[in-house]
Design a protein around this ligand. Structure first.
Ligand SMILES: *Cc1c(COP(=O)(O)O)cnc(C)c1O
Length: 233
């Protein structure tokens, strides 16, 4: 059986190889370890290897874990849907929120961010596939939302985030990720100061890096297969 530490090394090696294959510096790509459904001990083991950034989907589960691990210098990223009744918990407990896709959510996060904390670092989630039930703003609405978010005092806009539909092969994965990269570049040229493109997971991180991802969110390849697909919401 491999350990979390071995798995993390393996993922870092995948990131390094993917960067080498497209001539990028591995220092440009941050690994976000997605620890949803895994307990605090798994996070502690990963943190022991130097991993700092952890991603969580289920707010209530995350808040408990964050409290238990308060003594570690970790950075927590909210990557799950943010319902209105959860914005206060997100604002008070996380360093980043990747899944902002409505102005109302952004406003609540800014209002509820405790004054003694740094601004919440946010990404706008973009829906590139057009799937009707998926969260994320339409690409055509991303620039408008970004400009509104930039006005909110307790938020700091960092970039875009996407969760594409699973695609069959590298070329198809990369094609979708390239759409995100094109939107990212377009928005930056339009004057939105962003440095983060959050895309790529266990199954498609190489394609995401080839397309320009700066943050890959990896769960399964680090912690193993999840048993509960949706636990405490
Ligand atoms: C669960 C999840 C991940 C990690 O997915 P893996 O395929 O396990 O690497 C990344 N991003 C989001 C938004 C997720 O919900």
């Amino acid at each position: 059986m491999t350990t979390i530490a071995d798995n993390l090394q393996g993922v870092l090696a995948r990131i390094a190889a993917a960067c080498a294959a497209c001539g990028r510096d591995p220092g440009e790509v941050t690994l976000l370890a997605v620890s949803k459904t895994f307990g605090p001990e798994a996070v502690r083991e990963a943190a022991g290897t130097g991993q700092r950034a952890f991603g969580e989907n289920y707010i209530q589960e995350a808040v408990e874990k964050i409290a238990l691990l308060q003594s570690l210098p970790l950075e927590w990223h909210c990557i799950g849907p943010i319902q209105s009744n959860k914005t206060r918990l997100v604002a008070a407990n996380f360093t980043w929120a990747h899944t902002v896709d409505r102005l109302k959510t952004a406003q609540r996060l800014s209002e509820q961010r405790p004054a003694d904390m740094q601004p919440l670092q946010v990404c706008i989630q973009v829906n590139l596939d057009g799937g009707a039930t998926k969260s994320g703003v339409a690409p055509s609405a991303a620039l408008g939302l970004a400009r509104e978010v930039m006005q909110l005092p307790q938020l700091r806009l960092r970039g875009l985030m996407t969760i594409p539909e699973p695609a069959a092969d590298f070329a198809a994965q990369k094609a979708t990720h390239l759409k995100a990269k094109a939107l990212f570049d377009e928005m930056r040229e339009a004057g939105v100061p962003m440095d983060t493109l959050s895309m790529g997971m266990t199954g498609d991180l190489e394609a995401a890096i080839a397309a320009g991802s700066t943050m890959v969110r990896v769960g399964t390849a680090i912690f193993g297969t999840r048993e509960r697909l949706s636990a405490k919401a």
